[in-house]
Design a protein around this ligand. Structure first.
Ligand SMILES: CC(C)(COP(=O)(O)OP(=O)(O)OC[C@H]1O[C@@H](n2cnc3c(N)ncnc32)[C@H](O)[C@@H]1OP(=O)(O)O)[C@@H](O)C(=O)NCCC(=O)NCCS
Length: 337
């Protein structure tokens, strides 16, 4: 569609503006009900899902964190929405439609329905079908452009600064988490060699530098350094699949043997979950956790992963036998305690 000319783009923009004005969407409050457009979208979404979190609603409405917080705070103040905490984790907040919210929804929904119905009644059957198809295609185009922009942003490493709590916890243990730099290669490669040679933690058999680069050099590679500057661990995050399943992330972690059992692995997994969420992923999946890798299994379960599939005799053991491989999965949320 390189041939698109300015006039064509502007024509669609002008028509879209006319639709917005005709629908009365420029009014702060919807007719006399006093509900804004953003509030209407919020109430409609809350009516279709059960007690979602603030993050889930933000994702549905395509809003950033601060905008959704302001919107929800205003809706709570107006009595449309109630906000309650998880019984076990006070930081996790759920939203639901209040009785007042329900009655406001019942007031504006028929107005919007009638407005649309009356507009469609002015058109022939063929024209109505063209409207359905045209609006749906325009929405699809906007969505594709948004996802493409996100993919471009995903190609940059997510910022470690976005994790103040974890960074602080790591610092209190004397560790610093940073985006991988070429000077970290030797240190991280040493850990890779340790892990591969154990024969029971990764399925990888080849411990060459080339294999290390092939496995670990992704767009989002992080290292953890000790106070003396040595690389003591690291992890990568990448899409587990491509195309329509690119919203599920995959990651792999390694901690230097001499630094294991001190809580570093748990902090790295938590950091990766936050970073993956920040990159726009919706879930995390590991494709082959070895049944003999009890430490990793225990750690992942503790951080909310469940085994969603077992592959029998998936991996050869060093003694010539076999072990199972587990597919582990968790959705990405707000906190990971
Ligand atoms: C998996 C791995 C990253 C965990 O790192 P770590 O720094 O040891 O993790 P933690 O210190 O946070 O410990 C995690 C849990 O394992 C336990 N653990 C760690 N080392 C242990 C050991 N040698 N023996 C028994 N338990 C151990 C910890 O006690 C902790 O359990 P808890 O929270 O119930 O007390 C690390 O073992 C590693 O690099 N393994 C090799 C690579 C690997 O297997 N990656 C995952 C592939 S799927």
């Amino acid at each position: 569609m390189e041939h698109l000319v300015c006039e064509e783009v502007n024509q669609l923009r002008q028509d879209a503006r006319s639709v917005v004005r005709e629908l009365g969407l420029l009014n702060d409050a919807y007719f006399e009900i006093g509900v804004t457009l953003a509030e209407r979208h919020l109430l409609i979404e809350l009516n279709t899902c059960q007690a979602p979190t603030m993050g889930e609603i933000a994702e549905r409405l395509l809003l950033d964190k601060s905008t959704i917080s302001r919107l929800v705070a205003k809706a709570v103040k107006k009595g449309y929405v109630t906000c309650f905490s998880d019984a076990h984790d006070k930081r996790k907040k759920f939203l639901s439609l209040s009785e007042r919210g329900k009655s406001v929804l019942e007031a504006f929904e028929p107005i919007a329905f009638t407005q649309t119905r009356e507009a469609l009644l002015m058109l022939s059957q063929g024209q109505v079908e063209t409207v359905y198809r045209g609006v749906s295609l325009y929405a699809e185009g906007l969505k594709r452009a948004r996802l493409q922009d996100r993919q471009k942003a995903d190609a940059l490493p997510a910022k470690v600064e976005s994790l103040p709590e974890i960074t602080e916890q790591l610092l209190s243990h004397g560790y610093l988490l940073e985006v991988f730099d070429s000077k970290d290669e030797t240190g991280l490669y040493e850990i890779f060699q340790e892990v591969v040679s154990s024969g029971s933690q990764f399925i990888i058999e080849n411990a060459s530098l080339e294999e290390f680069r092939k496995q670990f050099f992704t767009d989002h590679l992080y290292v953890c350094r000790s106070s003396s500057g040595d690389v003591v661990g690291g992890f990568y995050i990448k899409p587990n699949y491509s195309g329509r399943a690119s919203h599920i992330a995959n990651a792999a972690y390694m901690v230097r043997t001499s630094h294991r059992g001190k809580g570093l692995g748990a902090l790295l997994v938590k950091a990766s979950l936050h970073l993956a969420k920040g990159l726009g992923f919706e879930a995390m999946q590991f494709n082959m956790v070895l049944s003999e890798n009890r430490i990793a299994l225990r750690l992942y379960k503790k951080l909310g992963f469940t085994i969603v599939g077992t592959i029998p005799d998936a991996v050869r053991t060093l003694d010539g036998g076999h072990q199972e491989g587990y597919i582990m999965y968790r959705k990405l949320g707000e906190s990971y305690e």
